[in-house]
Design a protein around this ligand. Sequence first.
Ligand code: NAD
Length: 493
Amino acid sequence: MPESTLYINGAWVASSDGAVREIRSPHDNSVVATVSEATAADTRDAIKAARDSFDSGVYASWSMKDRCALVEKVADLIKRDAEILASLETRDTGKRMVETRYDMADIEATFRHFAALGLKLKDRKVDVGADNISSVITHEAVGVCALIGPWNYPLLQISWKVAPALVAGCSFIVKPSELSPSTAIHLMKLLEEAGLPQGVANLICGAGATAGAPLTEDPRVDLVSFTGGLVTGRRIMATAAQTVKKVALELGGKNPHIIFENSNIDAAIDNAVTGAFLHSGQVCSAGTRVLVEKSIHDRVVAEIVRRAKAIYVGGPEDPRTETGPLISKEHLGKVEAYMHDAEKDGATILVGGSRIDREDLNKGWYFPPTVIDNCLSKMKCVQDESFGPIMTIETFESVDEAIALGNDTIYGLSGALWCDDKKIADRVAAALRHGTIWVNDFGPYRPQAEWGGFKASGVGRELGEAGLDEYLEIKHIWTNNKPARSGWFADPS
Ligand code: NAD
């Protein structure tokens, strides 16, 4: 009997129609777990549980101090179970343990950040210029939240939502990706152990169109916080508009990585290789679009190719592995299709470009680090988020051109630039329309700093202080301590 993996109103239940889904390893397509596949009715049950628990005040009425203590406790439990969580995530995604262990440490830090932030939240008194008036701005939970996550950093992306929702006093339904639900299932067990009242946290596993969609349609849901692809994000925003839900969207990116001649070129190349090929490019902030100053193009590209060729692609158990598989056969097919587009558009594939043919990897979804030169901004391989290990290379000849190319994308999630001239670096950092800019660095983020996108990369921010604001309603309470008539209309008596 497969485990019952839907968590609704404090109970572990199977899908109402008994359906299950096999979770398969991207490394060798073996079945690693079997989970309940929710129906739309199951999702509606989870929404009801969340709504009832929120309206009852069973958790929302806790003091901020108590809620933050619970969130700290969850952080402790994540620390305790970090190894279990990391191995579950490695199993679902094919990522090496060294990487999933990093993620677990970041998740623990995220819970601790929001617990500390909640304690700083204060009401604000407004001076309205009259002694008899008390005008106070307060914060309260936004209500019932649908927290929908992607497969690439499954628990990390969900934790950016669950931690602030708990601090704010919300009730919620978590909907992890159908491809990698195992750590979200474990998280529910930790929330239960931490003492979260029944019905506050609920979990739905299953396909987006059936299990996920009701979360975005139902009037009992107040906020949808979604991390995933642009196409799904657009659909969710449109659906949520029907019931005027609040929407927070963390979508894709096509992130420029700009290398000026006057920079630490060795560090720039090393970071460009990391930025494009880490987790086989399945990173929203992957720096897959390299823009290099024309004068250093040949030198930079030769070194990038040398480095890309040397990256060891393999399974999570192989100690030589530096990067792993793509998440699914469908995704591999999508990534492969970009090779055809690139060649048709006249770009040059210098390394990689076709699926890896190696006996130990033939059952999985492996694609090698791929470098495509002679790219132009308008090409599909440059503009689309391939979400695979594909680095495209374009050149620029002036600061203005670097800025223009860096902004020539519908997305605006992140960007990096390498330049030793501080004036130029500051100018480029200010001009790039992306939510995070790294100067002479690539990739770091901290829970204390906001994360999110300009333009089609999303709406709102996670982490930082704004990441808590998403889960709070602001209320203005005006009290007149000397009640009096308004006197606006003449009184006929
Ligand atoms: P996806 O859009 O295919 O799926 C994301 C989630 O949405 C899944 O849980 C899926 O089941 C659900 N879903 C699908 N259709 C739905 C619907 N109609 N209603 C409700 N839920 C629905 O994305 P993915 O392939 O899982 O993730 C990859 C994408 O996520 C990439 O585009 C990546 O850039 C993006 N991402 C962004 C960030 C960020 O911080 N901006 C972080 C990680 C991933």
